[in-house]
Design a protein around this ligand. Structure first.
Ligand code: SF4
Length: 235
């Protein structure tokens, strides 16, 4: 019955390749439910079937992310070459950015159109509190990526910054937009904290009206500089 209605494969893919990560952020299930997944990677045959299907069409979007970090070994060696050669109107994945410097030549000037970087802070102190990692290293990695793009006159991948809004970082959203401008980011997305995942943490969600108030100015500032600003609370 279904095959009579739907003759073509989907053109919008979201593929979780990997469940391992090099970080352990405060709001991540990895910290509070480390046994959530029994496998580290997608099955080889499932991956191959998906790739074959994608090659027979030009999908509108491929998102290679779910709950893990692709720019981390052995995941990167296993999947990255294939990921960056897939054709789609938007071919993207998200990363915490801590290892970008190891993969710059593999990422830039390929068919990867968008690199989504989870940031969530604008200072070392807040980044450490939320993501338990090195903010300066993240910024340096993005600078290196941008420099490589400029030196080689290459425009892809575009950059998108993610900001999970919470009481602990809402005061930094303005500075976050300034940093995004400085780093040639083309898109920002602000998302609510998923407290169902991290109910054991001390992180606190921002109520909707307050989130709208905080985002109003940040959005105007971003838009003035040509940065798309999405407010994920609407979703
Ligand atoms: S970088 Fe992402 S997947 Fe890794 S621990 Fe942080 S939130 Fe979880």
């Amino acid at each position: 019955m279904y095959s009579e209605i739907c003759e073509n494969l989907p053109v919008d893919y979201t593929v979780g390749l990997v469940t391992t990560c090099n970080m352990c952020c405060e709001m991540c299930f990895r910290r509070w439910d480390p046994n959530k997944y029994s496998k580290d990677f997608i099955d080889d045959d499932v991956f191959q079937k998906l790739v074959n299907a994608m090659r027979t069409q030009k999908p509108e979007i491929i998102r290679w992310h779910c709950d893990g970090e692709l720019l981390n070994e052995p995941a990167a060696s296993k999947f990255l070459n294939t990921v960056v050669e897939m054709s789609a109107d938007e071919n993207c994945f998200s990363t915490n950015g801590q290892n970008i410097d190891h993969y710059i030549e593999k990422l830039v000037g390929t068919k990867l159109t968008l690199l989504i970087i989870s940031v969530d802070a604008a200072t070392e102190e807040t980044y450490k509190k939320i993501r338990h990692a090195n903010f300066s290293k993240l910024l340096n990695n993005i600078r290196k990526l941008n420099t490589y793009k400029e030196e080689n006159n290459l425009s892809t991948p575009r950059l998108k910054f993610m900001f999970v809004l919470m009481e602990e970082n809402k005061h930094e959203l303005g500075l976050f937009v300034e940093i995004a401008k400085f780093l040639n980011v083309s898109e920002i997305e602000v998302m609510p904290l998923n407290t169902a995942v991290c109910s054991s943490s001390k992180l606190r969600e921002v109520q909707l009206e307050e989130a709208k108030r905080v985002c109003k100015f940040a959005k105007a500032n971003a838009n003035e500089s040509g940065i798309i600003f999405n407010f994920g609370y609407d979703a």
